[in-house]
Design a protein around this ligand. Structure first.
Ligand SMILES: [Zn+2]
Length: 175
């Protein structure tokens, strides 16, 4: 497989996002990099499972770190169940659920200010996406109510007209 082909496979496998911090290509306007999860100098291979699609900041922050110690190793974005170790709070802050999660967040500096801003922006966009259809449907229902009330009001006016006509007719007949 050529480098280019391998890059394509990894981009798709990681949904065009950094495996560590989640920043997407379209959010930074460029391709990301390929990280060797287990660095080559620590015996890492070019196996697909050892290649992580990764932004340059995470790549530089991680550098050639390697540990197999269960308390201070990094989580593999695909082979580990990351969400069992880390939880994203309402404000975009990543909160560890386990000591391993805490080490991972700390070692990769996953709460760096730029990432907090990005996650808050995403949460805001998500809230907006959810709120807009809800508001639209509420407005539609209110418009429907107005139409219904207008129809009723026309009916009542017609009823009044009929009554007045009847009264006029009776008055004329009496003359
Ligand atoms: Zn990253």
């Amino acid at each position: 497989m050529t480098y280019r082909q391998r890059l394509e496979v990894i981009r798709v496998r990681y949904h065009y996002q950094c495996g560590y911090c989640g920043v997407a290509e379209h959010e930074i306007g460029s391709f990301l990099e390929i990280d060797h999860f287990r660095p080559k100098i620590a015996g890492g291979t070019d196996d697909l499972d050892n290649l992580v699609y990764c932004c340059s900041t995470c790549n530089r922050t991680k550098n050639v770190f390697w540990s197999e110690n269960e308390l201070n190793r990094l989580l593999h974005p695909i082979l580990d169940n990351v969400s069992a170790h880390i939880y994203e709070q309402e404000d975009g802050f990543l909160s560890p659920l386990t000591p391993l999660g805490a080490f991972h967040v700390e070692r990769l500096r996953l709460n760096r200010p730029a990432l907090l801003i990005l996650r808050q922006k995403r949460l805001q966009e998500q809230r907006m996406r959810e709120a807009v259809p809800q508001i639209q449907s509420e407005v539609n229902s209110l418009l429907q109510q107005i139409l219904e009330e207008e129809r009723l009001s026309i009916e009542l006016k017609e009823k009044i007209m009929r009554l007045l006509e009847r009264m006029l007719k009776m008055l004329r007949e009496q003359e």
